[in-house]
Ligand binder design. Structure first.
Ligand code: NAP
Ligand code: MG
Length: 498
């Protein structure tokens, strides 16, 4: 503790070596926290300690917030093209460093390199999309008659941002893109399990020309650094992605402190519905993409697959075969689709759910165990004969476990789909567009994918109904989440002109 250098050399198992920052990133520099405490970062695929990083506590958050407030003074009134230049350069840097960033992500999170590469491509695309918005955040003139002149402005915020471990770089981009585009400033906390790529991205922010203090990145624990951010008296907003339970804690802290604005992107138990007239092979591919992508650690995972009775057996047979073909293991092997779960804790939680499914009478069609050997790997698991009351049908597992539920009619499918406290996403598979739209109209979720799944685009907003969250990320809507409206009403004196 305390003698860890602010930069360490890291050797990644795929042969890449790089210099990893370990300090808190404040005012464009990596610095020591006040008490110089560190914590270890473990690779889930090798179970080895990669390095330690410095931990932020309340006092350090105060310093970071002050930096964000100071930077706000000029950044919030900077020319849009200044911010656009930073975002475009950042996107280019992400592309140029794609192989290294993907390798860091895979080493720290355990996800397959295939998955990491996909995240990095989406990250660059999102920063480019945000760059395009810099000069489109405008106000209105409101005509209330000749006695007054009224206009509105969108005013950026000083915010705290707390991100999870399942998509460290991608969630950072969803948070920082709109900050940079709107002229907001931020203190961002990464997840304790995956702090490495956020610190590396901080280096790229400097290289992209971001002025000091605009974005500050800290590593640390939710209950300490995260709590300090959500309860901070000087922040205008907190944006969070993670569990519903913690989302509620954050909202309470925001309310009890200074009523800062809150956006929450939380959990889900999303239905993925396959109708009798679906193309079976395609639907099965989307079931797999829906639940086994990112080792199932996806907030909008299609974890409840609802299959119409006429094709149930055929889908089960095709799915079983396809799942047994999924390559699980060494995440650096380019062929691997599913890497490790993020931590031993997460793996144990998933294995407990699998046991509860077995105990409650669901049938294991395939998988159902931890994989042999080192690393936190779980077999892709399919449960059949699942009933609505079972824990595995109701609770978010956040792992590679899918529950298959049979239904007869469209009404029944919709009822099952909507019988959840969540409402993040849903999938519909059918060749009848009328049915697809009709069903989409009746499902309570923020995102509906038709004949596809986990299919994101920077222009399409994402966020949840009900316990899945508040607010939207991406699309045009996110710019409203990072600005507040200021209305200016001017009383005119139109007399006395010569
Ligand atoms: P989590 O606790 O919700 O973590 C998300 C982020 O919130 C992390 O940065 C975390 O810090 C921070 N945090 C935790 N407690 C906090 C508090 N009291 N105040 C402020 N910030 C706090 O998620 P988890 O415990 O890692 O995972 C548990 C479950 O959450 C998963 O099994 C899954 O169901 C769900 N989850 C959902 C998402 C999603 O994308 N919606 C992502 C991850 C997890 P620490 O890193 O120190 O915990
Ligand atoms: Mg880790």
């Amino acid at each position: 503790m305390g003698d860890l250098p602010l930069e360490v050399k890291v050797d990644i198992p795929n042969g890449k070596s790089y210099t990893q920052p370990t300090g808190l990133f404040i005012n464009n520099e990596f610095v020591y926290p006040k008490d110089k405490k560190t914590f270890e970062v473990v690779s889930p695929s090798t179970e080895e300690v990669i390095t330690s990083v410095y931990e932020a506590k309340g006092e350090d958050i105060d310093i970071a917030v002050d930096a964000a407030i100071e930077a706000y003074k000029s950044w919030s009134i900077s020319a849009p093209e200044t911010r656009q230049k930073v975002l475009l350069k950042l996107a280019d840097l992400v592309d140029e460093n794609a192989d290294l960033l993907a390798s860091i992500e895979t080493f720290d999170n355990g996800k397959s390199l295939q998955n990491s590469k996909g995240d990095i491509a989406l990250t660059a695309a999102y920063f480019r999309s945000c760059a395009g918005w810099c000069d489109k955040i405008t106000g209105n003139v409101i005509n209330t008659g000749g006695s007054h002149f009224n206009y509105t402005q969108r005013v950026p915020v000083v915010c705290g941002q707390i991100i999870p471990w399942n998509f460290p770089i991608l969630m950072l981009s969803w948070k920082l893109g709109p900050v940079l585009a709107t002229g907001s400033t931020s203190v961002l906390k990464s997840a304790e399990q995956t702090p490495l790529s956020a610190l590396y991205m901080a280096k790229l922010l400097v290289e992209a020309g971001m002025p000091k203090g605009v974005v500050n990145v800290v590593s640390g624990f939710g209950k300490i650094a995260g709590a300090a951010i959500s309860a901070h008296m000087k922040l205008d907003k907190v944006a969070f992605t993670g569990s519903t339970l913690v989302g509620k804690t954050i909202m309470k802290a925001a309310a009890d402190s200074n009523l800062k604005k809150v956006t929450l992107e939380l959990g889900g138990k999303s239905p993925n519905i396959v109708f009798d007239d679906a193309k079976i092979d395609a639907a099965v591919q989307h079931i797999i993409a829906g639940i086994f992508y990112n080792s199932g650690e996806v907030c909008c995972a299609g974890s409840r697959v609802l299959i119409q009775s006429g094709i149930y057996d055929k889908v089960v047979e095709t799915l079983k075969k396809a799942v047994e073909d999924i390559k699980v293991g060494d995440p650096f092997n380019p062929e691997t689709f599913m890497g490790a779960q993020v931590s031993e804790v997460q793996m144990s939680k998933i294995l407990q759910y699998i046991e509860s499914g077995k105990e409650q009478g669901a049938k294991v069609i395939t998988g159902g165990k931890r994989s042999e050997g080192k690393g936190y790997f779980v077999q892709p698991t399919v449960f059949g004969d699942v009933k609505g009351h079972m824990k595995i049908a109701k609770e978010e597992i956040f792992g590679p476990v899918v529950t298959l539920i049979k239904f007869d009619t469209v009404d029944e499918a919709i009822e099952i789909a909507n019988s959840t406290e969540y409402g993040l996403a849903a999938g519909i598979h059918s060749t009848d567009i009328n049915k697809c739209i009709g069903v989409a109209n009746r499902i309570n979720a923020g995102t509906i994918w038709v004949n596809t799944y986990n299919d994101f685009h920077p222009m399409v907003p994402f966020g949840g109904f009900h316990s899945s969250g508040i607010g939207r990320e991406m699309g045009e809507e996110v710019y409203h989440e990072y600005t507040q409206t200021k209305a200016v009403r001017i009383k005119l004196d139109t007399t006395g002109f010569k």
